[in-house]
Design a protein around this ligand. Structure first.
Ligand SMILES: NC(=O)c1ccc[n+]([C@@H]2O[C@H](COP(=O)([O-])OP(=O)(O)OC[C@H]3O[C@@H](n4cnc5c(N)ncnc54)[C@H](O)[C@@H]3O)[C@@H](O)[C@H]2O)c1
Length: 676
C-alpha cells in the first residue's frame, strides 16, 4: 500500500471507534517521499489530515501535503509563543503543489515530531488522565517512561516543539498525554503508530478501571432518578420547544435530545452540579459545548410550570454569566462576543438537550458532552477532575484562528435552523415541498399516512440530520399529537407547518355518499385543523413565531363541476387560513394558503382515479389532462409540484414577513379562480 493509502486506512480504523477519538477530533500524519515533478528527484513530504473533517471518513482529498524540509525550517524562523499564530500563515509557503486540504493548527506537531507516523487523538480515557488533578503523577504510574506528560498549552507551533522535545529526549517514549487535551503517539511504521495509539488508550482505560473508585459521580439521588421511558419521552418532547425558544435568544438554534444511560446516570448522581459547573476541557469539546452547560436544579418530577419558570431564571443567569466571562477575558483585539445562549442544557431525570446552528452541530455538541462525561468519570475515578482554566478556554473560544474558521463558513441558507413539518410529504406536491424546504436549509419531518413513502422521501432528501419520516394519519387526534411530538424530539421544536395531506373524490351531489363527504372533510378540514392546533400549541410555547401554510386549491374559490365534497372541504381549509391568521397573529405566527390547480404530473391524487374522473368531466383523454389544464390557463403553462413548492418557499423564507392571511394561486392563471 502507498503511504497515503496506509494513512487513510489507519485514520479510518482509528476514527471508526468512538473510544479512540470524538467526532471530527484528532489528526494523523505520515512522512514519506514522492518525486518532485519540477526536479525529477525525490522530495520528503508530510501528509497530514487537514482542517475539519472526520478521521472515520477521511479520504486522500482531506489530507494536506507539505514539504518536510520547509516545514521543519520554520523552527528557525519561529518568533516565539507570543507570535506563534503567524506560523499558520507560513504553512502556505510549505505546501507541495497545491497542498491539498487546508493545513490545521496541529500540522506543526506532526511535522516537528521526528517519527514517520504520528497520531493525535482525543480518547475519553486519555482525556480522563489529561484532566485529572494529579495527571502528571498518574501518567507516570500508568505508563512509566513510555508515555510522558506534556503540560497544557494551546495547540500551535510551541506545543509541536514541546512534543518533539519529548521524542528527542526520551527514546523509550511512544507518545504523550497532553494536559487538559488528549494524546499523541508516534511510530516508525503506520502499524506501529496505530498500535501505540491503541496501547495508550487501552492502558489508560485499564488503569482507570483497576484503580478507580466505583461511584466517581457520587451517590444516586432519588429525586434525580430517570423518569420511566414513556413519561421521560413525553416530558422531553414538551420541554424541547420551550428550551429551544429560550436558547434561541441570540440566534435561532436546532435542538437534539439524548436520554441515553450515561447521561441519565450522570444527572442522577450527587456530584453532577459541581462537575457540570467546571465545564468541559478538551478544546474540541468546549468549542461545541460552550464553556459549561446550563443545569436545571429541580427534581425530575417537578411540576412542568415550575420547571419552565426556573429555566427562564437560569437562562437569564447563564447569559449574564457568559457576558461576564467574556468581559473578564476579552482584550482589545478579541472578536466580538458571539452569543450568550447555552449549547447544552441538562435536565435531571429527563436527559440532555443540545443546540446548534443546524442539526448536525446540535447533535455533535451532545455527543461531545457525552465524551466529556466519560472523561469526567475517569478523572474523578482516579483523582479529581481539573479542566483547563477558564482564561485558557477563552483564549481558544475567541482565538483569531477560530474566528477566521467561523468566518469561512458558508452563509446560512434562507431556511437554516428552521424545522418544518410537511403532511402528505410522501408523494406529489408534499414531496416537492419537503425537498425544497430541505434544500433551503430547513430540517424536515416528512409526515404521511403511508410510512413507506415517508421513509423513501426522507431518505431521498438525506440523513436524519436533514429529514426524518413520521407516520401519521392526520384525521387522528392522538396520531397528530404524536407526530408533532416526534418532530420536536427529532429537531428540538417546530417553525414551519405545511398542511398538504389530501385526497380527492369528484362526484356530482346526488352521487356523493356520506362516506365520500366524511373522508374529504376528515383529511382536509379536520386533518389540517388538528395539525394546526397541535402545532400552534408548540409554536406558542416556543415563542419564536412561525408559519402555517395550507395547500388549498383553486377549488376553494371556484365552483368546479361535480366537486361538492372536495370543493367544500377545500373552502373549509381556506377559511381556516383566515381564521387562524387572525387568531395567531399576536404570537408572530403567519398563516397563509397556496391555491394550486391542475398539478397532474407526480400527483398520486391524479394517478389514483381523480385524473380519470376529471378527464371524463372535461371530455378529454386522461393522458392529455395536463396539457388540457395548461391550455385553459392564461399563461398556457403546465403546473408542476415544484411550482407549488416555490410558493411555499416564498411565503416562508422571510421576504414576506409582513404577510398573513393570503392565498397565493399557483395555477398558471385561471380567471375563474381570481381572488377578490
Ligand atoms: N394535484 C393537484 O392538482 C392539486 C391541486 C390543488 C390542490 N391540491 C392539493 O395538494 C395536496 C397534495 O396533493 P397531491 O396532488 O400531491 O396528491 P398525492 O396523492 O400525490 O399526495 C397526497 C399525500 O397525502 C397523503 N395522505 C392522504 N391522506 C392522508 C392522511 N389522512 N394522513 C396523512 N397523509 C395522508 C397520501 O398518502 C399522499 O402521500 C392535497 O391537499 C391536494 O388537495 C392538489
Amino acid at each position: 500500500m502507498s503511504t497515503v493509502d496506509d494513512l487513510v486506512a489507519r485514520s479510518r480504523r482509528l476514527g471508526a471507534d468512538p473510544r479512540n477519538t470524538n467526532y471530527a477530533g484528532g489528526n494523523t500524519s505520515a512522512k514519506g517521499q514522492a518525486i518532485d515533478p519540477v526536479t525529477g528527484y525525490p522530495v520528503d513530504l508530510l501528509w497530514v489530515k487537514g482542517s475539519g473533517g472526520d478521521l472515520g471518513t477521511l479520504a486522500p482529498a482531506g489530507l494536506a501535503v507539505l514539504r518536510l524540509d520547509r516545514l521543519r525550517a520554520l523552527a528557525d524562523s519561529y518568533p516565539g509563543v507570543e507570535r506563534e499564530d503567524e506560523m499558520v500563515g507560513a504553512f502556505d509557503y510549505c505546501l507541495h503543489g497545491r497542498g491539498g486540504a487546508a493545513p490545521s493548527i496541529d500540522t506543526a506537531m506532526h511535522g516537528l515530531v521526528d517519527a514517520a507516523h504520528v497520531d493525535h487523538l482525543h480518547p475519553d480515557a486519555g482525556i480522563a488522565l489529561a484532566t485529572a488533578a494529579d495527571g502528571p503523577v498518574l501518567t507516570r504510574e500508568c505508563f512509566g517512561e513510555r508515555v510522558e506528560w506534556v503540560p497544557w498549552r494551546r495547540p500551535g507551533f510551541q506545543l509541536g516543539l514541546d512534543i518533539a522535545g519529548v521524542r528527542q529526549r526520551n527514546p523509550a517514549a511512544i507518545g504523550v498525554i497532553l494536559g487538559g487535551h488528549g494524546i499523541t503517539a508516534w511510530g516508525a511504521t503506520s502499524d506501529e503508530c496505530e498500535s501505540r495509539s491503541l496501547t495508550i488508550i487501552r492502558t489508560a482505560q485499564e488503569f482507570i478501571d483497576a484503580r478507580g473508585r466505583a461511584d466517581p459521580f457520587g451517590a444516586a439521588v432519588p429525586e434525580w432518578a430517570p423518569l420511566p421511558g414513556p413519561q421521560r419521552r413525553a416530558r422531553a418532547a414538551a420541554l424541547a420547544p420551550f428550551l429551544r425558544g429560550l436558547v434561541s435568544t441570540t440566534a435561532r438554534q436546532v435542538g437534539h435530545y439524548t436520554g441515553s444511560a450515561p447521561v441519565l446516570d450522570f444527572l442522577a448522581r450527587a456530584e453532577h452540579p459541581r462537575l457540570a459547573a467546571l465545564g468541559t476541557s478538551c478544546p474540541d469539546h468546549f468549542l461545541r459545548t460552550k464553556v459549561r452547560p446550563l443545569v436545571l436544579d429541580l427534581p425530575a418530577a417537578a411540576d412542568p410550570d415550575a420547571v419552565e419558570a426556573r429555566l427562564v431564571e437560569l437562562h437569564a443567569a447563564y447569559r449574564a454569566e457568559y457576558a461576564a466571562y467574556y468581559a473578564r477575558h476579552a482584550t482589545a483585539g478579541s472578536p466580538r462576543m458571539r452569543g450568550a445562549d447555552p449549547a447544552v442544557v441538562l435536565v435531571p431525570g429527563i436527559g440532555m438537550f443540545s443546540f446548534g446552528r443546524d442539526k448536525q452541530t446540535a447533535r455533535v455538541a451532545g455527543e461531545f458532552y457525552v465524551n466529556a462525561i466519560n472523561a469526567m468519570r475517569g478523572a474523578e475515578a482516579v483523582s479529581r477532575y481539573a479542566p483547563i482554566d477558564e482564561s485558557e478556554k477563552f483564549r481558544i473560544e475567541y482565538w483569531a484562528l477560530e474566528e477566521a474558521k467561523l468566518g469561512r463558513l458558508p452563509a446560512p441558507k434562507p431556511l437554516a435552523a428552521r424545522v418544518a413539518l410537511v403532511t402528505g410529504a410522501g408523494s406529489g406536491i408534499g414531496r416537492a415541498i419537503a425537498h425544497r424546504l430541505a434544500a433551503e436549509g430547513a430540517c424536515v419531518a416528512v409526515a404521511d399516512r403511508d410510512s413507506e413513502a415517508a421513509g423513501r422521501v426522507a431518505a431521498e432528501i438525506g440523513n436524519a440530520d436533514v429529514a426524518v419520516p413520521v407516520e401519521v394519519d392526520v384525521t387522528g387526534e392522538a396520531a397528530v399529537a404524536a407526530a408533532v411530538e416526534a418532530t420536536c424530539l427529532a429537531f428540538g421544536g417546530l417553525d414551519l407547518v405545511v398542511n398538504n395531506a389530501g385526497l380527492s373524490v369528484s362526484k356530482p351531489l346526488t352521487e356523493t355518499s356520506t362516506v365520500d363527504w366524511d373522508r374529504q372533510h376528515g383529511v382536509l378540514a379536520r386533518g389540517s385543523f388538528l395539525v394546526s392546533r397541535e402545532s400552534a400549541k408548540v409554536l406558542i410555547r416556543q415563542r419564536l413565531g412561525g408559519d402555517l401554510v395550507y395547500i388549498c386549491s383553486k377549488n376553494a374559490v371556484f365552483a368546479g363541476p361535480d366537486n361538492i365534497a372536495y370543493g367544500a372541504a377545500k373552502a373549509d381549509q381556506a377559511h381556516q387560513v383566515r381564521l387562524l391568521a387572525a387568531e395567531l397573529g399576536e404570537y408572530g405566527i403567519r398563516v397563509n394558503g397556496v391555491n394550486p390547480d391542475g398539478v397532474v404530473r407526480g400527483s398520486g391524487i391524479f394517478a389514483g382515479g381523480w385524473g380519470a374522473q376529471r378527464a371524463a368531466v372535461y371530455g378529454v383523454p386522461e393522458e392529455e389532462l395536463g396539457a388540457y389544464y395548461a391550455r385553459r390557463t392564461l399563461l398556457k403553462l403546465e403546473v408542476l409540484p415544484e411550482h407549488v413548492a416555490n410558493a411555499v418557499f416564498v411565503l416562508t423564507a422571510g421576504e414576506l414577513s409582513h404577510t398573513t392571511g393570503v392565498h397565493l394561486p399557483v395555477d398558471a392563471g385561471v380567471p375563474a379562480a381570481f381572488l377578490r
